[in-house]
Design a protein around this ligand. Structure first.
Ligand SMILES: Cc1cc2nc3c(=O)[nH]c(=O)nc-3n(C[C@H](O)[C@H](O)[C@H](O)COP(=O)(O)OP(=O)(O)OC[C@H]3O[C@@H](n4cnc5c(N)ncnc54)[C@H](O)[C@@H]3O)c2cc1C
Length: 484
């Protein structure tokens, strides 16, 4: 009993917000809710009171209510119907960050090197999410996409992109200028273009809502306005709404995934560098373009360049930019400003700008120029005819990419990164096309969790506690020979 009280006091006395999460976070003092107080006092007197009486103890805890957190939670409820799954989200609703602020494009999967996770999951994810939308009557516009070249050098880059796409098993067509114009009369290209018939547009928030409903129907508990603040040595998680002692934790916290991971001892050599994406909407009538139009991407950067997207409702937008942001949620003005974050992010970006990486410098400067409406429209006008600044007056909702930087190599990671052990798994660098990849990626994350658990020592300090229960169940499923 005495040791339990000591644990409670030590949690209560922890300094405010030690991991530097944003200001909305409050320190967690584990106290019973007022309505519970007399009961708890009674139990305390009768010596039957235990720490777990005050804690939520789900078998699985998912941190982050974006597309990945929700898809992972959904997959957990499918694979482990008899275990409890809880998701915490710091905002009041799901999809407030990248998952609700992206281009809404289901990519086909030809940009990524064939051995990458991105290549595999994009192809599968495109197919699965397209079918999911059709089966669930969610809006989807199967408008395809043209990738165009500006000059002879770009035609050769385009050809490499096409060959890579074929290696990735993506259905693509190598077409000439006349064929490209038959698909979209306004397109501009030099001699050739790639046509991707399976690229589609969806409404990301509708998809997210539908996936979360699937999971809720199977028992997922979503707790919004609940921010992860830290974890102590007994694997008890501190949140802005109290403590949770999960059996297993999966971190899908997007822009804060590296911080959450570090609280568990992971992501030591990684930091998230936020890159902001701005969009401009056209005032032209819906479906003024029939298809998405993209430039040949710069192979040295993980971003696709300014392009035309036909949204699921037929509106035309250009963007997104990829300019370094000064803090993680720097959407507008000083909203969500954090001095500490601004300092950290500013120092990292300055180091990259002043370091030996001339490519990064060139990229950052180019991107900053794109915050000018004129410049953005100018770039778009290289892809299609009749593009006028006067038609592009309305800025759209910006999004921010949670781009992972390897701080030892000073390199931006290009593929998804997953780290973990027998108690927690961390999804890092869930950048584009993370939305398209969500379903196969979430299965991969759960397979990874199973592997981590199966390779852990089979005995556990508290086999009947939530951690012990989940791990035993998981290791039994991962390796049936370990069934006790
Ligand atoms: C501008 C832009 C355009 C894009 N376009 C496309 C596209 O067209 N197609 C595509 O496939 N992908 C696209 N992407 C990528 C895609 O949006 C992301 O890969 C995907 O949304 C990542 O999902 P997520 O769940 O990891 O992150 P998020 O959506 O950011 O979710 C993370 C969640 O974690 C929560 N959280 C953070 N910290 C905490 C904490 N401490 N406690 C509790 N909760 C926390 C956040 O509030 C957030 O809701 C784009 C991204 C951007 C930024």
């Amino acid at each position: 009993m005495g040791s339990q009280l000591r644990t409670i006091c030590s949690i209560a006395l922890r300094p405010l917000n030690p991991e530097g999460f944003p200001k909305t976070a409050r320190s967690v003092i584990i106290r019973p809710a007022k309505s519970q107080a007399p009961q708890v006092k009674e139990r305390y007197r009768s010596h039957s009171w235990t720490m777990t009486d005050l804690l939520a103890t789900p078998d699985f805890l998912v941190i982050g209510g974006g597309i990945l957190g929700v898809s992972i939670a959904r997959e957990l409820t499918r694979r482990h119907p008899d275990q409890s799954v809880q998701l915490i989200e710091k905002e009041s609703t799901l999809g407030e960050h990248a998952s609700g602020r992206n281009s809404g494009v289901l990519h086909a999967g030809f940009y990524y090197s064939p051995e990458s996770l991105k290549a595999k999951f994009t192809r599968e994810g495109n197919h699965e999410l397209s079918n999911y939308c059709l089966e669930h009557n969610l809006p989807i516009l199967r408008c395809g996409k043209l990738v165009v070249a500006k000059n002879a050098k770009q035609v050769s880059d385009l050809k490499s992109l096409f060959d890579r796409g074929l290696k990735n098993g993506v259905d693509l067509q190598w077409i000439d200028e006349v064929q490209a114009k038959a698909i979209e009369p306004r397109v501009k290209t030099f001699e050739n273009a790639i046509y991707s018939p399976h690229t589609a547009s969806v409404d990301p928030l509708w998809v997210l809502k539908s996936l979360s409903n699937d999971a809720i129907e199977r028992g997922l508990r979503i707790q919004s306005n609940t921010q992860f603040l830290g974890v102590d040595q007994s694997a008890t998680i501190r949140t802005s709404k109290g403590a949770i002692r999960p059996g297993y934790t999966i971190n899908a916290a997007g822009l804060y995934a590296d911080k959450v991971a570090r609280a568990f001892g992971f992501a030591r050599n990684h930091r998230i560098l936020p890159f902001k994406g701005l969009y401009l909407y056209s005032s032209e009538p819906a479906y003024s373009l029939r298809t998405n139009i993209y430039p040949v991407p710069d192979p040295d950067f993980p971003f696709l360049g300014v392009h035309f997207t036909v949204t699921v409702t037929g509106r035309i937008k250009i963007g997104p930019t990829a300019m370094p942001a000064l803090w993680r949620e720097q959407y507008q003005g000083l909203n969500n400003f954090s001095l500490r974050e601004c300092f950290d992010v500013g120092c990292r970006t300055a180091k990259m700008l002043c370091g030996s990486d001339a490519l990064f410098r060139r990229h950052a400067l180019n991107e900053i120029r794109k915050s000018s409406r004129r410049q953005l429209v100018h770039l778009a006008s290289e892809l299609a005819k009749d593009v006028h600044v006067s038609d592009f007056l309305k800025w759209g909702t910006p999004g921010i990419r949670a781009q992972l930087l390897d701080i030892r190599k000073r390199k931006l990671e290009t593929d998804f990164v997953i780290e973990g052990d027998a108690r927690s798994t961390h999804v890092l660098n869930a950048v584009s096309p993370g939305f398209t990849c969500a379903l196969p990626f979430s299965r991969h994350v759960i397979d990874f969790v199973n592997k981590m658990v199966a390779s852990a020592p089979s005995h556990h300090s508290d086999p009947n506690g939530p951690t012990g229960r989940s791990l035993n169940e998981l290791s039994r499923r991962a390796d049936p020979s370990r069934a006790s």
